[in-house]
Design a protein around this ligand. Structure first.
Ligand SMILES: [Mn+2]
Length: 338
């Protein structure tokens, strides 16, 4: 199968029987899934689309998930907004080709797979919308706002599109941001069926989120859980770091870390969360002049899944390696910035 194969051409000419759509579980990924489903409904109404997401918090697939995919007998795979490392695409291609990749994460920027990989987009939803040449919609801007939050205002090539949708729908920026928070509640509370519920809601009318009981009650639960975690005392580790282990059934690590960084803007906030055999470790800083990329590099050198930016680093690693890795991170930061 040629690498230059175009997704729309493939769909419209081949009218495949069965397609797997692998999506990220956050607002951006759900918005992308909604846009693709809208397109497929028209372009190839007889194609059966199987929706699937990686286990929440995993930016990779488990052996049983590869087996599940192999058993599906799909004609093609479409992945959208998932920050998979390149080997995941290689393994998927061993199951079936073509594998289309629509993504805006820097990790996928140079992989040259069918689809579109472009890290200049602040959200994958707008990348997908542009690729499908659909008119601007609330769904197409929601993913960008979900990923970037207030920072979307700084993307001068993209923020006007958000403003246009605010005007068209009579929504303030805060209301748009709230919509993304409501959509994100489903993965945070671990409501995996809720992810497809949210995709359906996005396809119907995203504004329904503001009055949707399932989303509103999840929002309330999350606020209570976040308050409980943020009432804990943080433990100083080394010169720069304040540390907190998270103990929750929800996926709150990025929310807790963000809230604590606001509370302690001069420190590096480090949190971790053990879930079964895996652990997540997260670092975030606001004012400390420290590039957390060194933590991502260290994690990758040790073979862990990691990603981030200068001000944030996220690592997924085996739970049994967590204590040791945490100590190495502290040591590294002391060495570089102590
Ligand atoms: Mn995204």
């Amino acid at each position: 199968m040629s690498l230059s194969i175009d997704f729309q051409e493939y769909i419209e000419e081949q009218q495949p029987n069965k397609l797997l759509l692998l999506y990220h579980w956050d607002t951006d990924g759900l918005a992308c899934a909604a846009l693709f489903l809208n397109y497929l409904d028209v372009a190839s109404p007889n194609t059966e689309v199987v929706l699937m997401h990686p286990t929440i918090n995993n930016y990779f697939l488990l052996p049983r998930e590869y087996a599940q995919i192999a058993a599906m007998n799909v004609d093609a795979i479409l992945t959208t907004d998932i920050n998979f490392p390149p080997d995941v695409f290689t393994r998927l291609e061993q199951i079936v080709q073509p594998v289309f990749v629509f993504d805006h994460h820097s990790q996928t920027a140079g992989i040259g797979k069918p689809g579109v990989q472009n890290p200049n987009y602040p959200g994958c939803s707008m990348l997908v919308n542009d690729y499908l040449m659909q008119p601007l919609s609330l769904v197409s801007v929601l993913g960008m706002v979900g990923d970037q939050e207030e920072r979307i205002r700084e993307f001068t090539a993209f923020y006007p599109q958000v403003e246009e949708m605010m005007k068209e729908h009579g929504l303030s920026f805060e209301e748009i941001l709230r919509l993304t928070k409501l959509i994100d509640t489903m993965y945070i509370v671990g409501d995996t069926e809720g992810l497809e519920y949210a995709i359906a809601l996005l396809r119907r009318n995203p504004i329904d989120a503001l009055t949707d009981q399932r989303l509103l009650s999840a929002e309330k639960e999350i606020a209570a859980e976040l308050a409980r975690e943020c009432a804990k005392e943080m433990k100083p580790m080394g010169e720069h770091v304040l540390y907190q282990p998270i103990d929750s059934r929800m996926s709150l690590i990025s929310e807790v870390t963000r809230a604590r960084a606001r509370e302690f803007p001069e420190s590096i906030i480090m949190t971790d969360h053990v879930r079964g055999d895996d652990a997540s470790l997260y670092l975030r800083r606001r004012n400390a002049p420290i590039d957390l990329g060194c933590v991502v590099d260290l994690a990758r050198k040790l073979g862990y899944n990691a990603g981030g930016k200068p001000e944030v680093a996220g690592v997924v690693l085996p739970a049994k390696a967590l204590v040791d890795f945490r100590a190495q991170v502290i040591q590294l930061l002391e060495q570089l910035y102590g």
